[in-house]
Design a binder for this molecule. Structure first.
Ligand code: LMR
Length: 394
């Protein structure tokens, strides 16, 4: 049997992680995988997470199964964090999932079940695991233009033109904030135009929000999601707690399905639980319990929000430092976009051979499409990167 296997394509982000690890140079700089790092290169356990874990370990009296949806308190806390009061609670079905990827996978399974002929529209570019899972599930997929390689902002005219092709029942995947990989984000009035277009076409929104709190702030980063969720009868939302709680390996995420009324919510909830049962039965509990503990305890929540703010501001400072340094070296404003982008990533907008040159000549690792993880920088490596960018002729 196993002789029939054929090698599957490597995920380019994970392959880069391995290549970085294998590089013996001690001057190497990792701007690859989307994991937050502080100035010393460490990915810290957040203070509130440590305290919540201490309490959980001290107080937990059982490890018995929770439920197929996970702990309902996690669902309620996350619904509040992501949606605020934009949608009535009785319209929201929710299940815990293994990370944001688990939520995306379950959402796609749901779409395939409910609407097997639907095309899922992805921004070009997008996180590579989006098309990979869609292809794996044998679903229809199309792309809409997103990135303007001249301005390094959003190509909104191209986006609107491409979304003009969507058919009734198609699904449009939108990054809730901090677009991965570009760092270029849609404005509220642009979202309003997309909503009107999608409503005219009868399309369904599917939001992937993995970096809430890394862009303009916890509430600000939820705006697009809330704006969209409140405008449609149906909407799917995959949210990750990996980054904003720094609990990557705990695999903590949630899939929310917004239904048009309470009856449809019941059916959606039952279906999401069925899908959890088929794929992995009960979702992981520990990370979800940590998140619930923090969100429901005012003091812990305050401390978590403060540390998240420090993280976010640290990335903004690095963005500004890099843009300033490049302004100084090039005597031009063509890298100012780095300070305007938001979230962990910026797409430099250069060719794979220049990215390879940065790796070979300077030990600077970024994804082949020129996506940089800004959090991989510090005050010492900003000038090194700026100099290397100029030396590579970018
Ligand atoms: C990334 O985009 O680097 C992260 O979301 C990590 C991953 O799983 O790819």
């Amino acid at each position: 049997m196993l002789e029939n296997l054929i090698a599957q394509p490597a995920d380019k982000i994970l392959a880069l992680m391995a290549a970085f690890k294998a590089d013996p140079r001690d001057t190497k700089v990792d701007l690859g995988v989307g994991v937050y790092k502080d100035a010393t290169g460490n990915t810290p356990v957040m203070r509130a997470v440590k305290e919540a874990e201490r309490r959980i370990v001290a107080d937990q009296t059982t490890k018995a199964y929770t439920g197929l949806a996970g702990d309902p308190a996690f669902g309620a806390a996350m619904r509040d964090l992501v949606l605020g009061d934009s949608v009535a609670a009785e319209r929201v079905a929710a299940v815990a999932t293994p990370g944001g990827t688990g939520a995306i996978r379950q959402a796609l399974e749901l779409i395939k079940m409910a609407s097997p002929d639907a095309t899922v529209w992805l921004s070009n570019p997008t996180w590579p695991n989006h098309p990979s899972i869609i292809r794996y599930l044998g679903m229809n997929m199309a792309e809409y233009r997103y990135f303007d390689s001249a301005t390094r902002g959003v190509d909104f005219a191209g986006l609107i033109e491409d979304l003009g092709q969507i058919k009734s029942g198609d699904v449009v995947l939108i990054h809730g904030c901090c677009h991965n990989p570009t760092g270029a984000n849609l404005r509220a009035e642009q979202i309003a135009e997309i909503i009107t277009l999608m409503q005219t076409k009868g399309a369904i929104p599917f939001i992937d929000i993995a970096y809430q709190g890394f862009g303009d702030g916890l509430q600000e980063d939820a705006q697009i999601t809330r704006q969209i969720a409140s405008a449609f009868d149906n909407c799917l939302i995959a949210a990750s707690c990996s980054k904003n709680f720094g609990i990557y390996r705990e695999r903590t995420g949630i899939l929310m399905g917004i239904a048009k009324d309470a009856d449809q919510q019941k059916l959606t909830q039952q279906t999401l639980q069925f899908l959890n049962r088929q794929n992995y039965s009960f979702p992981p509990d520990h990370g979800a319990r940590v998140v619930t503990t923090i969100l429901n305890d005012p003091a812990l929540r305050k401390d978590w929000e403060a540390e998240l703010e420090e993280t976010r501001n640290g990335m903004l400072v690095l963005r500004q430092q890099l843009a300033d340094e490049l302004r100084r070296l090039t005597n031009s404003d063509r890298f100012d976009f780095l300070a305007h982008h938001r979230g962990m990533f910026s797409l430099l907008g250069t060719s794979p051979d220049k990215v390879e040159k940065l790796r070979a000549d300077h030990g600077i690792y970024m994804v082949g499409d020129s996506r940089m993880n800004i959090a991989g920088l510090n005050a010492d490596t900003v000038p090194i990167l700026a100099k290397a960018i100029v030396a590579a002729g970018i």
